[in-house]
Design a protein around this ligand. Sequence first.
Ligand code: PEP
Ligand code: CO
Length: 451
Amino acid sequence: MPTTTPPRNWTKASWKDFSALQQPSWPDQASVDKVLAELSILPPLVFAGEIRSLKKLLAQAVTGDAFLLQGGDCSENFSQITAPKIRESLKVLLQMAVTLTYAGAVPVIKVGRIAGQFAKPRSSDTEQVGDLILSSYRGDMVNDAEPTVEARLPNPKRMLKGYNMAASTLNLLRAFTRGGFAALHRVQAWNQEFVSQSPMGRSYERMARQIDQAIKFMETIGISMDTPQINQAQFFTSHEALLLGYEESLTRIDSTTGDWYDCSAHMLWIGERTRQVDGAHVEFLRGVLNPIGVKLGPDYDIDNIKQLIDVLNPDNDPGRLTLITRFGMNNVEEALPPLLRELKREGRNIVWSCDPMHANTYTAESGHKTRSFNDILNEVTSFFEIHWAEGTIPGGVHFELTGENVTECTGGARDIIDEDLNYNYQTTCDPRLNAEQSLEVAFQLAEMIRR
Ligand code: PEP
Ligand code: CO
């Protein structure tokens, strides 16, 4: 018997009776079906027990006893699934997490936008490049970013490749996090070469030395260091659940409980563009027991959000639902308080997370899509201040970032300006904080969390 009966009328395919926005126009349905049939017999990528652990941790973030750090690429690229790239992404998240844990004095739940963040919603179906009108790039699991007609043709075989890429990424992440790389003895070694000489790198170095001393002290007085808390890191994966055929094919019954889980990642989120209460994405995710995130932009309707919560978390289960607000630094002060007040009044259990990226995007004169470090920091700071004022809990943050030395967002300690963006602009979708900017945000956040 399942411990929880699936919601009424739900099956893993019931989403097909609802309207699914942002799906690719696959050229031929038979080849899509063939790929999905293949995927549905391949092993799950994550296990139900791990998903349940994450949900328990997120329940602590509802009450402020843990803090969610979610981050990674806007869209992962197949060509970037290499050991160094995965290592650098993990490293910067570990550095941020240890900064928040040590300087902010709160346990940090580490969730990567990694090992499956391959599908993108787009504002427009087409894009003009020179004289060409091309189908928009929709993530490596759908088409290729290269601006040619052929490259942009959706190809369902890319879903199989995405599964394999996610599997090999996860394999390395598991090795790194369990096999000693993420051990607290190595906090100093995580500092990145190009960051170490910067003011951020030096602050990090100082903190890492203090952590080292604390560990040596504990060892000296005979506390065993041979524990997973010291030697391993708990690291979880997440992506936007966008391609519902793919998600369905990885949705399985957990043999120990009889419950349904989407085993493509530990946490899934629904994007701002696909969170319709009567839409296919909400229908699909209401039936799986994973922790679910929902992105919320400034034009939300409060009754609509309440209906959404009723559908996705009817039992008010803490840890099940994370609301990821992405209002923009100019809208957050108006948009956030009424939402917090109303949901607090109703006693809803919510992990409140702030995505300060997606509503602070602009196009630089150089033509690059960018975000300014100060705008990002401003939105996060307002998010914290508003929660304090309302008596609610700021439970987490959601960033687009990379461990690489890219120049995609302006500002930060190195004061990247518009003219610098071209120097190392790599993203195929949205601009990411580089490792140094990410660490700088973490130090600022730690100050706020410790309050
Ligand atoms: C994203 O997280 O990359 C994204 C598209 O976000 P949103 O749905 O908030 O626009
Ligand atoms: Co993005």
